[in-house]
Design a protein around this ligand. Structure first.
Ligand code: ADP
Ligand code: NA
Length: 332
């Protein structure tokens, strides 16, 4: 049996989006009080699977750490780290490259989406990404990983890798980690296309709400969000086949910590012209204190660096013994 331990990460590959916040960070904050140990990570090694300008990467890593802290992740309650500063992630990642099978990796839908028609010309790291992600989690023997819906398949792969390692070496060493995918907004969609995920890597800035957007920008993006000609229904069935409407209602529910049913019982019958300003006000009220605090923290990058350095040394107290034991099991 494994002690409950939470791990999750976000790529410093651009600014944080409302999708990251509702799908992941909000849950990181609550889980730090539910479980004795939680580790939250800026996964810079994952970010460089696609090109990152070195200056931007460093800035984005600090800004992401500021976003975590401003959202309520406490460096006193959780271990906050930058992945590259805890070398055991990459070291266990190599072992897992030798455990994972090519066929398993080829089935990963995120790789297929990101590589597109260009699969011969993307980095080897992009292909191997989920094996490193398994190492990020299992190098802590983490039992629970709060994530958005898009990470479900990678978490299944993490379990497959743990099971194959345990089986091949005849041990019960790595846990079967559980994904924690909960809430009204586990998959926030693009504001321009209800069939695409909201993402920091979408070339269209209008498709997403960035955590650093100011009140005017947030309001404008929501006002211009794609919708359909119908108004809001009073029950969930009325959102069937209407992904854009569904998305805005999900966002409203998640931001106000209410169920979708509850929200619809109040706003059902309204036109989007009435609902969108309500949603914009709510988003501004929830996000502007966070972006204000992020800006304040970013005035002192040295303090952020100190927090991450302290986190890395706390993390290594966990990861070094697990890596050492892994090497012993493998015969190293
Ligand atoms: P991005 O896709 O924005 O680059 P990451 O791949 O770094 O984000 O994902 C970080 C976390 O945020 C993961 O747990 C992921 O599932 C979650 N996440 C990302 N986008 C969304 C979204 N649109 N809706 C819900 N959760 C999301
Ligand atoms: Na993602």
């Amino acid at each position: 049996t494994f002690t409950p331990r939470v791990f999750s990460g976000i790529q410093p590959s651009g600014g944080l989006t409302l999708g990251n916040y509702l799908g992941a960070i909000k849950r990181f904050v609550t889980m730090q009080d539910e479980v004795a140990q939680s580790i939250y990570c800026m996964v810079d090694l994952h970010a460089i699977t696609v090109w990152q300008d070195p200056k931007d990467l460093l800035h984005n890593t600090r800004e992401l750490a500021a976003g975590f802290i401003a959202s309520g992740i406490s460096p006193e309650k959780s271990i906050l780290i930058n992945q590259s500063q805890v070398p055991e992630h990459a070291q266990l990642g190599w072992i897992f490259n030798c455990v994972a099978r090519m066929g398993w990796m080829q089935r990963m839908t995120q790789f297929k989406d990101k590589a597109g028609k260009n699969a011969q010309n993307v980095s080897l790291g992009l292909f191997g990404y989920p094996a490193l992600m398994a190492a990020d989690i299992l190098v802590y023997h983490a039992t629970h990983v709060p994530v958005g819906e898009d990470q479900k398949q990678h978490l299944e792969l993490t379990r497959d890798i743990a099971a194959k390692f345990n089986h091949d070496y005849g041990v019960d060493f790595f846990p079967m980690t559980e994904p924690v995918i909960e809430g009204a907004a586990t998959r926030v969609m693009s504001l321009r296309d209800g069939c695409k995920k909201m993402s920091k890597s979408d070339p269209s800035d209008a498709s997403r709400i960035n955590m650093t957007d100011d009140a005017d920008v947030i309001s404008k993006k929501i006002r211009k969000a794609k919708t359909d000609p119908d108004g809001l229904p009073s029950d969930i069935d009325g959102l069937e086949g209407r992904p854009e409407a569904r998305n805005l209602v999900n966002i409203f529910a998640a931001l106000s910590e209410r169920s979708v049913e509850d929200v619809l019982s109040e706003v059902g019958g309204q036109q989007f012209g009435t609902f969108k300003p309500l949603l914009a006000d709510l988003a501004v009220a929830k996000l502007s204190p966070i972006s204000g605090e992020m800006a304040r923290l970013m005035d002192d990058p040295a303090e952020i660096d100190r927090i991450l350095a302290r986190g890395a040394s706390q993390a290594r107290e966990i990861t070094a013994p697990i890596l050492k034991k892994t090497y012993e099991i493998v015969g190293m």
